[in-house]
Design a protein around this ligand. Sequence first.
Ligand SMILES: [Zn+2]
Length: 72
Amino acid sequence: METAEIKIRTCPICGQEYTDRPAISRMDCETPICPDCGTRQALTSIGIDAEEQEKILDAIHRSMDRCTQDKP
Ligand SMILES: [Zn+2]
């Protein structure tokens, strides 16, 4: 039986601790970074500015919250 081990990592970009599967930095293609920074780098690469990135991340977090909240 596999042990469900939760590994806490610290993102080298924003310093946030996270337990989700890491994204890989586009800077060097090997550094694990938090999913939020992974999304930011992806958005930057398609020309989305910082302000718009935060709005998109906010929307992503809200939609994820909906799935993790207990149903009444
Ligand atoms: Zn980060």
